[in-house]
Design a protein around this ligand. Structure first.
Ligand SMILES: Nc1ncnc2c1ncn2[C@@H]1O[C@H](COP(=O)(O)OP(=O)(O)O)[C@@H](O)[C@H]1O
Ligand SMILES: [Mg+2]
Length: 226
């Protein structure tokens, strides 16, 4: 099996790494793909998230805790090549961790969630630098910023403009600011697991469409790189 490895990383906390990891993993898993999430964060968000799932509706991806692997996480991940179609690594938000650098060396794709807001934009050049440095050793690594918690105000439009100045690819699919993303953790699932009345359905449907679009865009990006 050809395995694609995706590292979701940004030193900034709370920018949406675990959210994008889990929604994407869940969406691919729901399609019947063999997916493994590597929980590389000591906080264990991905692990707890999947454990919250009810017995009759388990999270549709395997979870592997590798937060203690440090700079050897690349070697640990390599053990799963050929077993899973997608390996998605949820990185810690730590400046002093060796994990993102190590994970990126074995990755096909880096996804960098960024909230289009000043403090988040200010910290993004650091991760861009790390990705560019890694690309010298791993020239096949492609990288995309994924705008998360996007709102549609005048200020957010301005911030999105600043995002473009970082000189990175940006996914066309963006993730809006929506309560269902937060609530997905409560039910140990993804936006695809919500059932509800008509009003709920409309809001959930928008989130489902966003995640489906992001998933499809990522599949396309990975295909064009083989
Ligand atoms: N698009 C979104 N809309 C609403 N809440 C979001 C969205 N993305 C993330 N969140 C919430 O923001 C918080 C931080 O997100 P998380 O994915 O855990 O970030 P990270 O893993 O980068 O620290 C969580 O409470 C999460 O539910
Ligand atoms: Mg996280």
């Amino acid at each position: 099996m050809d395995t694609k490895i995706i590292t979701v990383t940004n030193q900034k906390g709370g920018c949406g790494k675990s959210t994008i990891t889990m929604q994407l993993a869940g969406a691919l898993g729901r399609d019947g793909e063999k997916v493994m999430v590597v929980d590389a964060d000591r906080q264990g968000t991905a692990t707890r998230w999947s454990k919250t799932a009810p017995e009759d509706n388990p999270f549709p991806a395997a979870i592997c805790g590798l937060s203690d692997a440090g700079g050897r996480i690349d070697l640990e991940i390599k053990k799963y090549i050929g077993i899973f179609k997608y390996i998605i690594i949820d990185c810690p938000a730590a400046y002093d961790s060796d994990i993102p650098a190590s994970a990126l060396t074995v990755s096909d794709l880096a996804l960098v969630p960024v909230i289009p807001a000043p403090a988040d934009l200010w910290s993004t050049p650091d991760i861009v630098k790390l990705i560019k440095k890694t690309q010298i050793r791993n020239p096949d690594l492609i990288a995309y910023i994924v705008p998360d918690q996007v709102t549609h105000t005048k200020n957010s439009g301005y911030a999105t403009g600043l995002l473009k100045k970082l000189g990175m690819n940006i996914t066309k699919s963006t993730i809006g600011m929506r309560v269902v993303y937060r609530d997905s953790q409560l039910i140990g699932g993804t936006v695809f697991d919500f059932k509800g009345g008509k009003k709920v359905t409309e809001k959930v449907r928008k989130a489902q469409d966003e995640i489906t679009a992001l998933k499809n865009e990522i599949i396309k990006i990975l295909k064009s790189n083989t």
